[in-house]
Structures are given as structure tokens and as C-alpha cells.
Design a protein around this ligand. Structure first.
Ligand code: GTP
Ligand code: MG
Length: 195
């Protein structure tokens, strides 16, 4: 897909700030620091569009990015950032749940998980939320550039088992450094957003 227009529309914390639900949305959810903002930038090849940071907890609002006025990426704040207060964490979680459970034009959820490590309790919680909301989802395994090729199968199997997936088909390896996986993920977006 050729991205000729990409623009940050709004940072929202509550539904009344969301843009009108007039185009499909693809949301990126996952632990803080997993690479959600980097994912957006790499997918559309705009380096600085979504703010990234080596310090977790950078994105603290729902950020809506217009793509070609055809669909939106929605960057969802990182779950499980230890250094925010408990009440703030509860607030984040509520914001995410409210968006995922109630947004009528949410067509696809990408659950980003760090390929280097086993899925965490929070990763599993995100998958449960996707199932609760009955939204199609795919799991994006980030930072695959950090794992040696001969270890990939072992890591895939770890995910397949821990997340109780029927096959590895729902797992998409991705690297925002090398661009690995980008084309396959665009195919998924096109299948769900433009059907
Ligand atoms: P929050 O906004 O805090 O929730 O984080 P995020 O999920 O948006 O993560 P972000 O994209 O800001 O990336 C976090 C850190 O991981 C940054 O230092 C990135 O450069 C790095 N990073 C992201 N994706 C990759 C990747 O595919 N490979 C490597 N090696 N590093 C990555
Ligand atoms: Mg971010």
C-alpha cells in the first residue's frame, strides 16, 4: 500500500475526544516499550511521526494517526509501566478497555509482544481482552532483529504454547530496525480494513 498521507490527528483520553468513527481503525496494543510507536513509523516509513523513547511510558494517551484518510492507526498507551502510580495504571487500563470494548469502527487489533522474552501476564491479558471484545487480532512479535535466526523456532513455539494458539499463523515476526515482516502485516491490514 502506498502511504501518501500520514498525520497525527489527536491525543485522546476519553471517548468524547475520539475522532468521528467514519473510517476503520487498526489499534496497536502492548506493553510499554514493546515498540508500538516504532511499529507505526516503520509501517508507513515516517521516522518521527509517532514519538518513540527508550524510556517506557512515553505514550500515555490514545493517539490517532490518519493514513491516507482511508484508515487510522491508534497507538494505545503501554500496559504495565511500573513507574507510574497505581491509580494512573488503573486509569490507563480503563482507557484501553473502554476503547477496545466500545469503539464501533475498530476493525483489527495488533497485539505487540517482545519476541526476545516469553509472553507476560499482561500480554495474555491483552489477548483475553481482544477475545472478550470479539475483535480480530494478530500478534506482532517485535524486535526480532535481536534474536538469532536459529532460535526463532524455539521462540515461536514458546508463544504458541503460552498463548494457547491453534497454529503459529497468528504470529507475525517484525522488526522496526530492519523492516522484517512489514509486507506480510500490510496484507493483513488490507484484508481486514479494505474488504
Ligand atoms: P510506550 O510508548 O512507552 O508504550 O513504548 P512503545 O511501545 O511505543 O515503544 P517505542 O516504539 O517507543 O520503542 C521502545 C524502544 O524499543 C525504543 O528504544 C526503540 O528504538 C526500541 N525498538 C522498538 N522496536 C524495535 C525493534 O524492532 N528492534 C529493536 N532492536 N529495537 C526496537
Ligand atoms: Mg509509544
Amino acid at each position: 500500500m502506498h502511504v501518501h498521507h500520514a498525520e497525527m490527528m489527536i491525543s485522546a483520553v476519553s471517548p468524547k475526544q475520539y475522532p468521528a468513527p467514519d473510517v476503520p481503525e487498526v489499534a496497536l496494543a502492548g506493553r510499554s516499550n514493546v515498540g508500538k510507536s516504532s511499529f507505526i513509523n516503520r509501517m508507513i516509513d515516517r521516522k518521527g511521526l509517532a514519538r518513540t523513547s527508550s524510556q517506557p511510558g512515553k505514550t500515555q494517551t490514545l493517539n490517532f494517526y490518519d493514513i491516507n484518510q482511508e484508515f487510522r492507526f491508534v497507538d494505545v498507551p503501554g500496559y504495565g509501566y511500573a513507574r507510574v502510580s497505581k491509580s494512573q495504571r488503573v486509569q490507563f487500563e480503563q482507557m484501553v478497555r473502554q476503547y477496545v470494548l466500545q469503539r464501533e469502527n475498530l476493525e483489527l487489533l495488533f497485539l505487540l509482544m517482545d519476541f526476545r522474552h516469553e509472553p507476560t501476564a499482561l500480554d495474555k491479558q491483552m489477548k483475553d481482552l481482544a477475545e472478550e471484545a470479539d475483535i480480530p487480532y494478530a500478534i506482532i512479535l517485535t524486535k526480532v532483529d535481536k534474536v538469532k535466526r536459529n532460535q526463532w523456532n524455539r521462540h515461536f513455539q514458546l508463544y504458541e504454547k503460552a498463548l494457547d494458539l491453534p497454529t503459529v499463523d497468528a504470529l507475525f515476526p517484525f522488526s522496526s530496525v530492519t523492516g522484517e515482516g512489514k509486507e506480510d502485516i500490510w496484507e493483513v491490514i488490507e484484508a481486514y480494513v479494505f474488504d
